[in-house]
Write a protein of this length. Structure first.
Length: 611
């Protein structure tokens, strides 16, 4: 195992001895048997101590990743917690002692009062998957809390604040959602504070600080991310002036302008002039780098699709795994005790999987590795599917009145989560039902619950007995289990046996993220069924032509919302064809003419069982 394998990575450490220190003196030591599990994410690492005994230390703690120069020090890895706490048991720093290529000890430092607890042992696993139910929340740190923390830890100066501001900005450099954009706002506040500090130093020392042009650069790029184009342009232009002033005041001869940020500032200016040619005429000479406009956040929230962010597909899988784990534990207990009530409780848990399976089946998530075939083939589950909404409501009533999990768990962490998930499923499927209930493509079979009714075949509805294809309906759904990519009409990569769902909707309400009016054409969407994610972003298209064998839709120039505001985009190179014979769909084609690419989506019954 290499030393760097442990850096910012998950691992399991088994401790056999501990020492506790305070005021430079050892106040306790001895033998301990405990596991310390580290679980790393993209921005922090969490530690879980299985047993703390009589030690006054929190069993879980989190440390945010910082700069490598601060974390890799000689023979150790050091992680710090940025937000100081008054809790005397919460660690503010964790040090991993490296011996050879492994960790031989872990030190946790607590404040109020200052104490250190060190655990000694060996690493027994590295890179293991998460074993705690934890979904990282990208909580935006405010500029005020960051500045307060730096002041408390006596690290508040221009250089350190600039370093922290740059690291904070890099976390949100690809911001697109309102929450991420808020991270850019907090970064901008930090750069403004650096600007104020350097401006004061410039006044006191009577020379322009060398770091100031780079601060102008970051203030400019933050404003560009916030779609404050005029502000970004004016700040960048002023930053170039500061470059000249730094060179004038510098003690160094022939100081290269690019060393202090001139090239970066010119790049921003050129980018803005090329994409916003009117900005040169609208920008005034006066500029205030401290001005912050957050209007873009409201704009993005208004134009972003309305989605349920509180529960994800991962959450459904996590609760399913929890139910299976409970059943496995009850099964072991039954093997030991032979208690029939234990077996009944284990079997009774099956019904709480029904809504999850029905949801996965309805939305074609194909989680075959998760689904228990005995459950889905059982008469009880089939009965549940005849009226899914009523079945879910019955389960909700049971959970509220007398939850099984209250009885079998000392600390019930299942009931509340199931209630939230069941309500989410009801809301989600009700939305689907409202979208599809009047869709003429949807088969009106009485044995299919209305809440989960979907198109089951790949044929268009016909007008009476005619074999001529009907006019494209309000919503057309096509499921493909195989597609072939063509480049310059030459097949490449071979047939791909993948599940895709194509939806063509009449534009009744516009399209989130695009400046288009309701009633203008159609919206084409392609989804990846394996990941339940969009395979292609929604593309507005208009009807072009129809023949006896195909219908053609094509994209057109329009405006789309981006982190840089409304930008012109041209989708004329995108085309979508629905091919049919005697009113029966044979395949669909997505054309990307600018790349000479065509993707043919088809449905093949022969490979249905393989998928």
């Amino acid at each position: 195992m290499e030393y760097m394998e442990l850096y910012r990575n998950s691992f399991l450490f088994h401790a056999i001895r501990f020492e506790e220190w305070s005021n430079g003196q050892c106040i306790g030591n001895g033998v301990i048997e405990t596991d310390i599990m580290a679980e790393a994410s993209k921005s922090n690492i969490r530690f879980y101590i299985s047993s703390t005994g009589n030690l006054k230390i929190s069993s879980s703690s989190v440390f945010e990743f910082s700069d490598e120069s601060e974390e890799l020090i000689l023979d150790r890895i050091i992680y710090s917690h940025e937000v100081l706490s008054a809790d005397p048991t919460e660690p503010v720093e964790c040090q991993l002692f490296i011996t050879g290529s492994t960790v031989s000890g872990i030190r946790f430092t607590m404040l109020t009062p200052l104490r250190v607890i060190e655990f000694y042992g060996t690493v027994i696993e590295i890179g293991q998957p998460y074993r705690h139910v934890y979904k990282e929340q990208d909580k935006i740190k405010t500029a005020e809390s960051i500045i307060s923390n730096l002041k408390t830890s006596h690290r508040y100066d221009a250089d350190k604040l600039m370093e922290v501001a740059v690291n904070h900005f890099e976390l949100y450099s690809d911001a697109s959602t309102p929450e991420q954009i808020k991270g850019v706002v907090e970064s901008l506040k930090l750069f403004v504070e650096v600007y104020k500090m350097l401006t004061k130093m410039t006044f006191d020392e009577n020379k322009v600080h060398m770091l100031l042009p780079k601060v102008y650069f970051f203030i400019s790029i933050c404003n560009l991310k916030l779609c404050n184009i005029s502000q970004a342009y004016a700040v960048a232009k002023e930053g170039l002036v500061k470059v000249d002033e730094v060179i004038r005041d510098s003690v160094f001869e022939n100081l290269p302008p690019n060393l202090i940020g001139a090239d970066d500032l010119r790049d921003i200016i050129i980018h803005i002039e090329n994409n916003y040619p009117g900005v040169k005429n609208s920008s005034s000479n006066a500029v205030n780098p401290c001005f912050i406009d957050t209007g873009i956040i409201e704009s993005i929230e208004k134009n972003s699709p309305e989605i349920l962010r509180d529960i994800s597909t991962d959450d459904l899988e996590i609760i399913h795994d929890k139910l299976c784990s409970l059943q496995a534990s009850l099964n072991k207990l039954f093997d030991k005790t032979g208690n029939r009530k234990v077996l009944d409780a284990k079997n009774d848990i099956d019904k709480y999987k029904y809504p999850l399976y029905a949801y996965w089946e309805s939305f074609d998530l194909y989680l075959n590795s998760k689904v228990d075939p005995q459950v889905v083939n059982s008469p009880n589950y089939q009965a549940f599917k005849t009226d899914i909404q009523a079945g879910i409501h019955n389960l909700l009533c049971e959970l509220e009145e007398s939850s099984l999990f209250h009885k079998i768990l000392r600390d019930d962490d299942v009931t509340e989560r199931l209630v939230s998930i069941y309500n989410y499923i009801i809301d989600k499927t009700e939305t689907l039902r409202n979208e599809l209930v009047n869709n003429e493509l949807m088969p009106q079979h009485t044995n299919i619950p209305a809440i989960f009714r979907r198109q089951t075949g790949n044929s268009l509805s016909l007008n009476g007995d005619s074999q001529i294809i009907a006019e494209l309906p309000d919503m057309f759904v096509y499921k493909s289990n195989e597609h072939q990519r063509y480049e310059y009409e030459t097949p490449v990569m071979g047939p791909q046996k993948c599940l895709r769902t194509i939806i063509v909707e009449l534009n009744k309400n516009g399209c989130d993220g695009y400046d288009i009016q309701p009633g203008d054409g159609y919206i084409v969407k392609i989804f990846n069924n394996e990941t339940a994610n969009a395979q292609m972003s929604a593309k507005p298209m208009r009807f072009v032509q129809s023949t006896d064998s195909f219908i053609e839709l094509r994209g057109y120039p329009l405006y789309a919302i981006t982190p840089f505001g409304w930008q012109p985009v041209d989708y004329s190179s995108y085309g979508f064809f629905i091919h049919y014979t005697n009113g029966i769909i044979t395949h669909c084609d997505l054309h990307m003419r600018d790349r000479n690419v065509r993707i043919e989506y088809r449905y093949t019954k022969l490979i249905e069982s393989e998928l």
